[in-house]
Structures are given as C-alpha cells and as structure tokens.
Design a protein around this ligand. Structure first.
Ligand code: KG4
Ligand code: ZN
Length: 339
C-alpha cells in the first residue's frame, strides 16, 4: 500500500510517499525559513502564498523521487489540523483535487499526533501506548495514547509554545531565526546557572506549561528601558551565551519534569517526544537521563523528523487500516482539538 502524505500546516511545504510497512519511498520538505527570517517568526499571509507556489512542484518532486505515479497510490492523506488557516487550506485543496481526479480515498492527519507518530518511524518496537509530548513552534502539549489513534489530552501551554519562546528570546538576543538552533549554539559557551529564570508550575500537579513569564524574565535580564526595542542594547558574547544557556535550561527543566509527571500520573511506561524542539540536544540528553533513572522507555523522533515533514503523516496508514476515510467535505480545523 502506498499513501501520498501532504503537510502544509505552518511554514514547510512537504510531501512524502510512505508504505504500510513504514518505508519512505520519497520525501520532500521545502522550508520557508528564509522568507520569515527577517520577521523573527512565521507571517501567516506569506506562508500561505508560498505554499500555493510550492505545493505542486513539491508533490511532483516527491512522486519522481519515489518512482511512483499518482495512479499507483492507494490514498492521499493531508494534515488538516491544527495550524494556520491559509496554510492548511492549500494542502487540503491540493489533496482533495488529487483525490477527485484519481478517484482516491482521502485521509485526515492530525499534525500533533503525527509529530508523536514520528517516534514510531525508525523504532524496531511499538511505541504505543505512551505519553506523547509535542513540543514545537506552535505547540507544547502532553497527551496519553492508548494507540496511535486514541488519545487523551493531559495538558499543555497556557500561553506561548516552547519553540515560540526560543524564537522570541533569540530575537531579543540578536540571534537568527529559527531561535532553537541558534540559542543552543550560543548556549554552549554559557553558564546555565548564571541567571535564575522561572520554571512555571514545576512544583504543581497540573500538566501545563507557561513560557511567557520566562520570556519576560529574559527581557528584564537583558536590561535597558523596560519596554520597546531591545535591539540596540549592547550585550557581550558572554552575556548572550549565559542568557541562552540559562533560558534553555529553564525550558528543558519544565519539559522534562512535566513529561515525567505525566508518566507517573498515567502509569504508562513509554514516553514519545516529537516536534521541532525535540531536536534540542540538551532536552534529548536530560530526558534520557531522567527516563533511565525512572525506568521509562524513551522514544524521541529521529532528528530528520522532528521539525515539520510529511513522513510523519504515515500515521495515515493506521487510519487506512482502521477504515477511517473522509469525504470531500473535509474542512480545516486550525485550532487545537483536545483528543
Ligand atoms: O515542529 P516545527 O517544525 O513547527 C511547528 O509545528 O511549530 O517546530 C519549529 C520550532 C521552532 O520554534 C524552532 O525554534 C524550534 O522548533 N527548534 C528548536 C530546535 N530546532 C528547532 N528548538 C530548540 N532547539 C533546537 N535545536
Ligand atoms: Zn509541527
């Protein structure tokens, strides 16, 4: 069985052909990083327009790489939730058009559950049931999964996503977008104990996150006038390194501690972590250390499948097997669906 998966929830235009034994026949990701760089974040209107320009070439290239024709496919799958409305619409319309033209079934992908499913892609053993942490530019949420398709929302950020905090703090420190990789790089020369930043809810039972206070704390630590532009405040390389390391440590402490709390509260023994921030090396190392101590089996998405891609859309295989198909009435759901 071969499924074409399409991903346009945010700022990557991506497609992949995957098989029912989780082989990746071809995968293409066209990143819009450069388009959004000067805004230090994703501009929805620009993202949607870029998807329109790129979606057909990306699908063509994916099929070529896969050695597959549209008529060889068994279904088309598309991420229709959650994400930016304009971006989601482009992928959905492309998927529907192909389904109509080639008389193929349509499968809906939940982008968040796909991030967790990325952990299954190269794992020799089943990762479900598990606690899933999705930690990306737009999301920071914990779910419990009975299987790939049955989940329960445990908690999540009440304000910014962790990745968004990385991006905003990087911008305050004059580091490049996306902020995650540039903060990690700057943090190497820094002292994670140089600044004592807040770790919201860390001593509470609730499985939620909050990163806006942390962002504000970094802003105050930078100094200068309380409001307005920070770009003309001079910081030494050491200050930038220390601020980066201390900020990164605070985010990682929150993510690790809430994930382990979720494991304790659910009595599950597998932890799966996906999303762009799961590429963070400190997070990966700390999670491994704490999971080893607690005898929890940790599955982190392979690095190449942490940030947005269409291969993780292989969760569509599970829906195909369960007979979960959509009509051409399928709509986008930009907001978070808590199941
Ligand atoms: O999953 P993703 O590609 O897009 C969303 O669905 O949001 O995640 C992008 C986010 C960005 O905020 C970026 O700064 C963050 O992932 N990121 C990282 C790292 N690499 C990417 N954050 C921390 N450390 C990294 N190494
Ligand atoms: Zn994502």
């Amino acid at each position: 069985m071969k499924i074409l998966c399409i991903e346009t929830t945010c700022d990557e235009t991506a497609a992949a052909v995957v098989t029912d034994d989780l082989q990746v026949l071809g995968s293409v990701v066209s990143s819009q990083e450069q388009l959004h760089q000067k805004f230090s974040g994703v501009v929805p209107e620009i993202a949607a327009r870029a998807h329109v320009q790129r979606i057909l070439p990306v699908i063509d290239e994916t099929l070529n790489k896969s050695g597959v024709q549209l008529s060889d496919l068994d279904a088309i799958a598309v991420a229709n939730t959650p994400g930016l409305s304009g971006s989601l619409l482009v992928g959905l319309v492309a998927a529907k058009a192909l389904c109509l033209a080639y008389d193929l079934p349509l499968i809906a992908i939940n982008h968040l559950h796909a991030h967790v499913y990325a952990c299954q892609l190269e794992s020799p053993s089943p990762v479900f049931p598990c606690v899933g942490l999705i930690v990306s530019g737009g999301h920071t949420h914990l779910y419990s999964y009975r299987d790939a398709l049955t989940s329960c929302y445990l908690g999540g950020t009440i304000d910014d996503a962790a990745g968004e905090a990385f991006d905003k703090v990087a911008s305050m420190l004059g580091l490049s977008y996306p902020g995650g990789p540039s903060i990690s790089k700057a943090a190497i020369a820094g002292d994670p104990g140089a600044y004592r930043f807040p770790r919201s809810f860390i001593h509470e039972d609730r499985l939620d996150f909050s990163f806006s206070g942390l962002k504000t704390a970094v802003r105050y630590a930078i100094g200068g006038p309380g409001s307005g532009d920070v770009s003309n405040i001079e910081l030494s390389d050491q200050q930038i390194a220390d601020l980066s390391a201390s900020f990164q440590q605070a985010v990682v402490d929150c993510l690790v501690s809430k994930s382990l709390q979720a494991i304790e509260q659910t009595n599950l023994t597998n932890l799966c972590v996906g999303g762009g921030v799961a590429a963070n090396q400190l997070l990966r190392a700390k999670l491994q250390q704490r999971c080893d101590e607690k005898q929890v089996s940790l599955f982190i998405a392979p690095l190449k499948y942490c940030t947005d891609n269409a291969v993780m859309g292989a969760i569509a295989i599970e829906r195909y097997k369960a007979g979960l198909f959509e009509t051409l009435e399928l709509d986008i759901k930009p907001g978070l669906v808590r199941h």
